[in-house]
Design a protein around this ligand. Structure first.
Ligand code: HMG
Length: 464
């Protein structure tokens, strides 16, 4: 049985910090954020928002748009790394909010859990729910997979310039109008790592930034190698001599902790694939340098990162490679459109990859390209660390969904925070009742109990 994404919706908080304001306050060159990282604005949550209400707002949008009733939804999974309870799953809060609109008990038989594995868990949730449908367990119902996060880093840390927040929800069913997942090729890699993690009770992560960048690329490459083997052995893709697996992906969506990471990772992947091919000779001639190799042949991440000479040469080589017309063509045609939303919103952890997918659909469609039958490759990464590579094909009915996409309208009017407002929000010094934006028709947090017997209980309302 087929299964895939029928529709997709987003919810982005209405506050943001602008990269120029951020750079000025932190004494940074704004060009580092805008060009070096590809960050223009970072969405920030208001005092009355948490990842559960971001998720519920996204769910309500997709349900209302598709005129779905709770009986149409067999499963609701929430994937997040911004959880606020060690036991009670975030989907239960989301269901509680949705039942304020659809009636108490309306989702009584909607199964689901919260999933966690840093930014990759949404991809595992999609895979599991796709297989629920493929196994004919869905009884004609759909699944909602919501990815929702608040990417918040320590004040003054290098991660602080890669923050963001938001939720993306995907409606999955057996007759997807948007994209059908390719069967039997989803591939993963996993390794016990500490590139980025958030110990119990800590609001912000502990991050080893450059280590995480390199680990991301290595893990996704390993998952891509496994995907390639499966794609060939299942007969999904036939690779002719001189071709690579990436030639068979019309679009490539990468996890986007900041938008330029997508380009960096694509360059790494393309180098890895092209290195074996006759075309590599031409590339080396264009660059005018040999590809650098690390001194330590074991090539561990630690040895590579501490090899300053190699790192400098490799950086230079990557920059030149990224400028070659051959790579530029791949970048512009397969990846660039997916980065637009990320630069306006920032890191959404679990939701970043899917915001990129959403962005790519809208902006490629606007170019007048017919997307039917195009294969999309996904490179998902979660710190700690696991990667997943999978793919899907755009379906004939996709225009029904994509023609109305309008990122700016869906984000809505936003308030540009002053530095003082940003600092107060970051330090949790704004009371829930003092939220900065008063939105209608949205779920908001109104109370978090502090008494011993009810500590941590959260109350939400739907603002009529
Ligand atoms: P940094 O080390 O301060 O930045 O922080 P940098 O020195 O690497 O500079 C960044 C880029 O800007 C570089 O470009 C510079 O050359 C350029 P690149 O060489 O990469 O092409 N640059 C400039 N360009 C123009 N004008 C200038 C200028 N200065 C520099 N004046 C870092 C960067 C990403 C490490 C930091 O922000 C960080 O730690 N972020 C958080 C961790 C992160 O996002 N890691 C990404 C991979 S891990 C991941 O994706 C998982 C994650 O989403 C979590 C999860 O899975 O849950 C994070």
């Amino acid at each position: 049985m087929a299964a895939g994404i029928d529709d997709i919706a987003i919810y982005i908080p209405r506050l943001y910090i602008d990269a120029t304001d951020f750079a000025e306050a932190r004494g940074l060159d704004p060009v580092k954020l805008q060009k070096g990282l590809g960050v223009s604005q970072m969405a920030i949550v208001d005092a009355n928002q948490d990842p559960a209400c971001l998720a519920a707002n996204a769910c309500l949008r997709i349900m209302q748009k598709n005129k779905l009733s709770p009986e149409d939804i067999g499963r609701l999974y929430v994937s997040t790394e911004s959880a606020f309870d060690e036991s009670k799953a975030m989907n239960s809060y989301v269901i509680g909010m949705l039942e304020q609109v659809y009636g108490q008990g309306a989702f009584e038989h909607c199964g689901g859990i919260e999933t966690k594995f840093a930014c990759v868990s949404g991809s595992y949730a999609l895979y599991d729910n796709t297989n629920w449908i493929r196994a004919d367990e869905a009884d004609g119902k759909s699944a909602l997979v919501v990815v929702s996060d608040i990417a918040k880093y320590d004040m003054g840390s290098s991660g602080e310039m890669t923050q963001g927040a938001g939720a993306v929800v995907m409606l999955l069913n057996e007759n997807p109008r948007l994209m059908e997942f390719d069967p039997k090729v989803t591939s993963t890699s996993i390794k016990d790592e500490y590139d980025f993690y958030r110990p119990f009770g800590k609001e912000t992560p502990i991050v080893h930034g450059q280590y995480s960048n390199l680990l991301y690329m290595i893990q996704v490459r390993k998952a891509l190698d496994a995907y390639k083997k499966k794609a060939i052995s299942t007969g999904l893709i036939k690779i002719e001599p001189g071709e690579t697996i990436l030639d068979h992906m019309d679009y490539i969506n990468m996890h986007l902790p900041y938008s330029n990471m997508g380009k960096k990772a694509l360059a790494y992947m393309v180098r890895h694939e092209w290195r074996q091919l006759p075309r590599w000779k031409t590339i080396l001639q264009e660059i005018g340098l040999d590809e650098p190799v690390p001194q330590d042949p074991r090539g561990t991440i630690e040895s590579v990162l501490s090899d300053a000479d190699f790192m400098a040469k490799d950086h230079e080589f990557t920059k030149l490679f990224s400028k070659t017309p051959e790579f530029q063509e791949v970048y512009e045609s397969k990846l660039a459109s997916s980065l637009i939303a990320s630069s306006m919103i920032g890191n959404l952890y679990t939701a970043s990859l899917y915001l990129g997918f959403r962005s790519s659909l809208e902006f490629e469609y606007q170019k007048g390209i017919d997307l039917e039958g195009k294969r999309i490759g996904f490179g998902s990464y979660g710190s700690g660390a696991s990667a997943m590579v999978f793919s899907g094909v755009i379906q004939p009915e996709y225009k029904e969904i994509v023609k109305d996409m309008n990122l700016e309208a869906e984000i809505g009017n936003r308030k540009r925070l002053t530095w003082e407002e940003y600092e107060k929000l970051h330090e949790n010094k704004v009371d829930i009742a003092e939220s900065m934006v008063h939105t209608k028709k949205e779920f908001v947090l109104i109370d978090v109990k502090t008494e011993t017997e009810s500590k941590g209980e959260r109350r939400y309302v739907f603002n009529e």
